[in-house]
Design a binder for this molecule. Structure first.
Ligand SMILES: Cc1cc2nc3c(=O)[nH]c(=O)nc-3n(C[C@H](O)[C@H](O)[C@H](O)COP(=O)(O)OP(=O)(O)OC[C@H]3O[C@@H](n4cnc5c(N)ncnc54)[C@H](O)[C@@H]3O)c2cc1C
Length: 533
């Protein structure tokens, strides 16, 4: 095999690509993992600034029956702590640590919306049912990470008894696939209450997936040293297994017939198999099908067209604060992972219809109108707040606190404002409002203690990981999904329309997130290995 020829090339060193490369190198393949950034990890990454530790992407991890089995299977020891979640509305904050804490959530909602008591009870009944389904779904270690030939005990004691329950549960899930907004309208009449329950979900999130978040809250854990430790551990395993890592290398062309990829420096790399573990629109945009059969070309064009017509999910705006105030002041208020809504009014149409109107007529809209909209948006929104030091106190300078505050954001708004030439100003306007809103509500000590701040917009996410529309979990939820979106056929999610090319990660399956990215990374590696035999 010549130096630049590989059994498998994996493009994209996020968590999906890292997983594929780890498994393939363990199997003895000649593997190269190519990543455009200096650091591996993609949206599972951590970084430090002035002694404060932050997460650039996902804030904590959920096992989902996937992450721990994968770590065990690969022989990775990762020191982790629980990452309990708090939920807060206005002055009320509760911790969600066990299923029992749902009672606190019920009380909180009834306190704020006493007239909707029976609807709240009904809603909580549904949540409890979904949590039971989740217990089934994630109830055993995912069989994809088990050695089903050798591990007879697992097959007979766990897998076989679980299968009928799994099939039954999948049937139930598939019946709750409608957008959560529509589903909630059938259960809860009060629009503000609906907003409190759902406004931090992506637009049109399938109801089951959205409402299963309550199970995920209890499942969250945090690697000591930050979520990036998971990516570091996988990267080290690839090296240990003899796999190759190539950072700061961006693939700009795929020649399907010649089975080669070309990077930004015009270097080419030959593959027997390629795993594309990043944005799929880019794969179809940069692949040339010259030399392939007409049948394949037609399939390729159809898939390309459905991908290019689809959009990524909502993106996120994240504000990073370095605060000269001890962790204890924040610990008294909420856990280190906190979903907080300052006002019980709810966003109503602020985030969708009103924003759409602004975007529709953007050229004629004055800056003041956008800022007036922003005032409302920041007051009524829900924030995901993460304080890494509350999960691992070694992640901050003594006596100080690092905070990440984020909200779901519309990529197009930032794109238009950049085009109009006032993105930096807009970013500062958002930061100021977020700080004011939170200082006037849940963190009164915040405002005067900030010693450093910066933020990432959806455009940073697009630029950093090459994610279409700055999406943070892959495809937006739409009627016609360009990839597999049914759990029972998830193993098909890794096929592309291009011979010897597989896909993995958040764009390969919907709904996605870290566990699904890992799962598809493993599935793609399995297909490659099966093909060889
Ligand atoms: C703020 C935030 C909160 C989140 N919260 C959660 C959560 O609570 N739970 C959850 O499960 N998930 C969450 N996610 C989503 C989760 O982080 C992602 O779905 C997952 O990490 C995606 O992994 P991936 O490997 O598929 O893609 P990515 O992480 O996007 O990795 C793709 C990699 O490919 C590289 N790349 C791109 N193009 C090229 C190219 N041409 N050549 C070479 N390399 C290239 C990129 O630089 C990147 O490193 C969150 C994400 C964010 C940002």
């Amino acid at each position: 095999m010549t130096e630049n020829r590989y059994n498998t090339i994996v493009v994209g060193g996020g968590i999906a690509g890292l997983t594929s490369a780890a498994y393939l190198s363990r199997a003895g393949q000649k593997v190269l993992l190519i990543e455009k950034n200096k650091e591996f990890g993609g949206l599972v990454n951590s970084f430090s600034r002035n002694g404060f530790h932050f997460e650039g992407g996902v804030r904590a991890l959920e096992d989902a029956g996937i992450i721990f089995p994968m770590l065990k299977d690969l022989g990775i020891q990762l020191e982790v702590v629980k990452s309990p979640v708090s939920l807060g509305i206005g002055k009320d904050v509760i911790g969600i640590e066990t299923v029992k804490d749902l009672d606190k959530y019920r009380e909180l909602l009834i306190k704020l919306f006493p007239e909707s008591k029976s609807e709240i009870d009904n809603f909580l009944r549904i949540i409890r049912k979904i949590m039971k389904h989740m217990e089934v779904l994630y109830g055993i270690e995912n069989p994809v990470f088990k050695d089903l030939i050798k591990d007879r005990t697992f097959i007979f004691k766990k897998l076989l008894p679980w299968l009928p329950r799994f099939i039954f549960t999948v049937g139930k899930i598939n019946r709750m696939n409608m957008p959560v907004e529509d589903y909630l309208k059938t259960v809860v009449k009060n629009p503000s209450l609906r907003d409190m329950i759902s406004q931090h979900f992506f637009k049109n999130t399938p109801a089951f997936f959205a409402l299963s978040y309550f199970s995920l809250y209890i499942d969250y854990f945090y690697p000591k040293g930050g979520v990036g430790k998971l990516s570091d551990a996988l990267k080290n395993k690839i090296t240990e297994f003899g796999g190759g890592l190539k950072p700061e290398t961006k693939i700009i062309e795929v020649q399907a017939d010649n089975k080669l990829v070309i990077d930004q420096n015009n270097l080419s790399y030959n593959y027997d198999n390629l795993i594309w573990a990043n944005d799929l629109k880019s794969l179809y945009k940069i692949t040339s099908t010259e030399g392939l059969s007409l049948k394949i070309k037609i399939k390729f064009e159809e898939t390309k067209s459905s991908m290019l017509q689809s959009r990524g999910t909502d993106s996120v705006f994240s504000l990073f604060l370095e605060v000269d105030e001890p962790l204890e002041s924040f610990r008294k208020i909420a856990h280190g992972h906190f979903f907080y809504t300052p006002s019980k009014t709810g966003l109503g149409e602020t985030h969708r219809e009103e924003l759409n109107k602004l975007l529709h007529d953007f050229g004629n809209i004055k800056k003041e109108e956008i800022l007036a909209w922003l005032d409302k948006f920041t007051k009524l929104n829900t924030y995901e707040i993460s304080i890494p030091g509350l999960k691992d106190p070694e992640l901050v300078p003594p006596g100080q606190t690092g905070i990440i505050i984020s909200f779901l954001a519309e990529y197009d708004l930032f794109k238009e404002i950049r085009k109009a030439g006032w993105l930096d100003e807009f970013t500062v306007e958002i930061e100021n409002r977020m700080i004011n809103v939170l200082s006037e509500s849940v963190y009164p000590m915040l405002k005067d203690k900030i010693i450093g701040r910066f933020s990432f917009t959806p455009l940073h996410i697009e630029n950093r990981v090459g994610s279409s529309e700055g999406a943070i979990v892959g495809w937006s939820f739409q009627k016609k999904m360009p990839v597999v979106n049914k759990i029972q056929i998830s193993d098909r999610s890794v096929f592309t329309a291009i011979p010897s090319v597989y896909q993995a990660g958040q764009w390969a399956y919907s709904p996605a997130g870290v566990p699904m990215s890992i799962l598809t990374g493993k599935l793609a590696a399995d297909k490659v290995l099966k093909n060889k035999i």
